[in-house]
Write a protein that binds this ligand. Structure first.
Ligand code: GLC
Length: 583
C-alpha cells in the first residue's frame, strides 16, 4: 500500500506580511501591495513557502483593515484588485502560495450590510448583526461585557435606540452567525476568493463567532470596569458546526489544497484536537494563545516575569496533545504581539542576534507549521516611543484614555504600553540603513526604529552570520529533513531554568535541539549531559558564541545535532499520526 501523502503545509513555512508596515511604493507613507511585489526576492531568498497577507480589503482603517467595508475589493491605500491578482500570479510563478486574512466575526460599521441593518428594526439585514434592547428602559447596555479595545462591548444606535454588539471597537459590529443568511454570504465571499486563486485563509478570531444563547453577564474581576464575556463567546456552542459547514460548503473539493488556520484566543489543547482533527473537517490548524499569555498578569498591560520552565512545558503540552491527531501552528510573533527578540530574547546589542537565532531554532524545530512575522527574520526589536503621540494603535490609545480616566498616572500607563503595545510589531520593516529604512520616500505613518542603521535587510542578507541567514537555514532544514516534519517530540531537562532541549525522533533518525535561552553561559553537570546523550552527534546547525568546553553553552548558544535513532523514545509509542494524512 502506498503511504498517504501528507498535506503540503506540513513542510511549509509561512511568512506574515502586515501590508501597512511592509513597504511603501508610492510615497504616501503607508505600505501597499506594489511594495510587497517589490520585495519578493527577499522572501524567495529566505525560502518561505506561503505569504499570509493581513487585510488589504476596503476599510475605514479604524483597526488597520480588520474593519472591512467591502470584502471583494482592495482598499485604495493598498492598491487595486489588479495589484492583488498580480501579486497572486507572481507568487505562484515563484512557487509560493498566498493566504488571505478572513475577518468575518465582524465587519466595519461602514459595510453596506451594517448600514442597512442599523437603518430600522424591520430592515431585512437587521438580524445580520447582534441587536438587543438596553436595560433600565434602554439606557444601559444589554449585558456587562467589556470590549477588547476598552469600553463596553455595546453601542447604542440613535436611529432605533437599540444596542449592537461589538467585541472589538464600536466600528467593528459583530455579525450574527446564528442567521443562516449571514453564513451563506460568508461562504459565497470565501468561494469568490478561492475562485480567484488564493490558497487559504487565516481566520481572524474565528472562535468568537458562536455566542451563548441569552448573552449572559460575565464575571467582573476585582478592579475591572466590565464583565468578562469570553466564556460566553469563546469556543461557543456552535463553533464546530459553523466551521464544518464552511469546510464542507466551500473548502472541500477545491482544486487547490487550501490551508486554513483559525486564530483562537482562549482555545485549549483539547479543543484544538477536535478543531484540527482531519476526520472532522473543520480547520487545519489553530493559533493558540497560551504561550503568549505566560508573561501577562491581570491582563497584557500588567506584565509578570516569564518562567522558561513554564514556556517549555506549555509548548511541550501542545506538542504531545496534538501528536497523534491534528496539527500545531508555531509562532512567536505577529502584528498583535511585541517583537519576539525583545520579549523572549535579549535585544541588547551584545545578545540581539544570538537570542533571535536561539528563539528561531527552538520554535522552528517543534512539530507544526512555523509562521515568521515580517522583520522577525531580521531580529527587529520593540519600538522606542517617547510619548503617547507616537503611538498609533487604537487598543493602546483607548487603554491609555480609559486607565487615565479611571485615575491612573498617565506616565505609568505610558510605561506599561512600552513592552506590550501592538505598535511594537508595526514599525516599518527595515530594508536599508538609509532614510526611513528604505520603507518609504514619504513620511511613514508610524515611526521607524532608529536601529535601522544597523538592523536592516540589506546588511543582514550580506552577512552570513545574520539572523536572516539562520532563519533561511531553518527553513531549508524543514524542507529537506523529514525528522523536522514528522519526528516525535520529547522534552529534555524540563526543569532547567536556562536550557531548552528536546529531541525529534523517527524510526531512523533523531535531532537533538539544545539552546541556552539566557544571556549567561551554562555549564551542564554530568547528569544533565547524560540526559542530552553527551551532546554527541553531527552538528546540523548552530548559533551564538560557542562555550569553550563541550559541556558549556555560551549565552544564547543553540545547537542542533543529528544522530541515528538508537532506540525509540518512550514517548514515541503513540507513533506518527495517520489520521491527518491523505488529504
Ligand atoms: C485579531 C487581529 C487583530 C484585530 C482583531 C479584531 O485579533 O489579529 O489585529 O484587531 O482580531 O479584528
Amino acid at each position: 500500500m502506498t503511504p498517504p501523502t501528507p498535506p503540503w503545509w506540513s513542510t511549509a513555512v509561512v511568512y506574515q506580511v502586515y501590508p501597512r508596515s511592509f513597504a511603501d511604493s508610492d510615497g504616501d507613507g503607508i505600505g501597499d501591495l506594489r511594495g510587497v511585489l517589490s520585495h519578493l526576492d527577499h522572501l524567495a531568498a529566505l525560502g518561505v513557502d506561503v505569504v499570509w497577507l493581513s487585510p488589504i480589503y476596503r476599510s475605514p482603517q479604524d483597526d488597520n483593515g480588520y474593519d472591512i467595508s467591502d470584502y471583494r475589493d482592495v482598499d485604495p491605500v493598498f492598491g487595486t484588485l489588479a495589484d492583488l491578482d498580480e501579486l497572486l500570479a507572481t507568487l505562484h510563478a515563484r512557487g509560493m502560495r498566498l493566504v488571505m486574512d478572513l475577518v468575518v466575526n465582524h465587519t466595519s460599521d461602514e459595510h453596506p450590510w451594517f448600514v442597512e441593518s442599523r437603518s430600522s428594526t424591520t430592515n431585512p439585514k437587521r438580524d445580520w448583526y447582534v441587536w438587543r434592547g438596553g436595560r433600565d428602559g434602554g439606557e444601559r447596555p444589554p449585558n456587562n461585557w467589556g470590549a477588547a479595545f476598552s469600553g463596553p462591548a455595546w453601542d447604542r444606535d440613535t436611529t432605533t435606540g437599540q444596542w449592537y454588539l461589538h467585541l472589538f471597537s464600536p466600528k467593528q459590529p459583530d455579525l450574527n452567525w446564528e442567521n443562516p443568511e449571514v453564513r451563506a454570504a460568508v461562504h459565497e465571499m470565501v468561494a469568490w476568493w478561492l475562485d480567484r486563486g488564493v490558497d487559504g485563509f487565516r481566520m481572524d478570531v474565528v472562535n468568537f463567532v458562536s455566542k451563548v444563547d441569552g448573552l449572559p453577564d460575565g464575571v467582573v474581576a476585582p478592579g475591572a470596569l466590565f464583565g468578562d464575556g469570553a466564556p460566553h463567546f469563546q469556543n461557543g456552542p456552535r463553533l464546530h458546526e459553523f466551521l464544518h459547514e464552511l469546510h464542507e460548503r466551500v473548502f472541500a473539493g477545491r482544486p487547490q489544497a487550501v490551508l486554513t488556520v483559525g486564530e483562537m484566543p482562549g482555545v485549549t489543547v483539547e479543543q484544538a484536537r477536535l478543531l484540527t482533527d482531519p476526520a472532522r473537517a473543520e480547520v487545519d490548524m489553530v493559533f493558540q494563545f497560551e504561550h503568549v499569555g505566560l508573561d501577562h498578569g491581570r491582563d497584557k498591560w500588567d506584565p509578570r516575569p516569564l518562567e522558561l520552565r513554564e514556556l517549555k512545558a506549555n509548548l511541550a503540552r501542545w506538542q504531545t496533545g496534538l501528536a497523534d491527531v491534528g496539527w500545531n501552528s508555531l509562532y512567536w510573533s505577529n502584528h498583535d504581539q511585541p517583537r519576539a527578540v525583545s520579549r523572549f530574547g535579549d535585544d541588547s546589542p551584545a545578545h540581539r542576534v544570538a537570542s533571535a537565532m536561539a528563539l528561531g531554532t527552538v520554535l522552528h524545530l517543534h512539530r507544526g507549521t512555523p509562521y515568521v512575522y515580517q522583520g522577525e527574520e531580521l531580529g527587529m526589536t520593540n519600538a522606542v516611543f517617547a510619548s503617547l503621540a507616537e503611538h498609533r494603535d487604537l487598543e493602546s490609545l483607548n487603554h491609555h484614555r480609559e486607565a487615565v480616566g479611571a485615575g491612573a498616572d498617565p506616565d505609568v500607563v505610558l510605561a506599561a504600553l512600552a513592552p506590550a503595545s501592538r505598535d511594537n510589531a508595526r514599525t516599518p520593516v527595515q530594508w536599508t540603513p538609509g532614510t526611513s529604512a528604505g520603507f518609504s520616500t514619504g513620511a511613514p505613518w508610524i515611526g521607524v526604529h532608529p536601529n535601522h542603521v544597523d538592523v536592516n535587510a540589506e546588511a543582514a542578507r550580506a552577512d552570513p552570520g545574520s539572523v536572516f541567514h539562520h532563519y533561511r537555514r531553518l527553513v531549508e532544514l524543514r524542507h529537506t529533513d523529514p525528522v523536522v516534519t514528522d519526528g516525535v517530540f520529547a522534552l529534555l531537562l524540563a526543569e532547567h531554568e536556562q536550557v531548552w532541549a528536546f529531541t525529534r525522533t523517527t524510526p531512523t533518525a533523531q535531532l537533538l535541539v539544545v539552546a541556552n535561552v539566557s544571556s549567561a553561559p551554562v555549564t551542564l553537570d554530568g547528569a544533565e549531559l547524560a540526559e542530552l546523550g553527551g551532546l554527541g552527534g553531527e552538528v546540523v546547525l548552530s548559533s551564538g558564541p560557542a562555550g569553550d568546553r563541550p559541556a558549556q553553552l555560551g549565552a544564547w548558544e543553540a545547537r542542533v545535532l543529528r544522530r541515528r535513532a538508537a532506540a525509540r523514545d518512550p514517548s514515541s509509542t503513540r507513533g506518527r499520526s495517520t489520521t491527518r494524512l491523505g488529504r
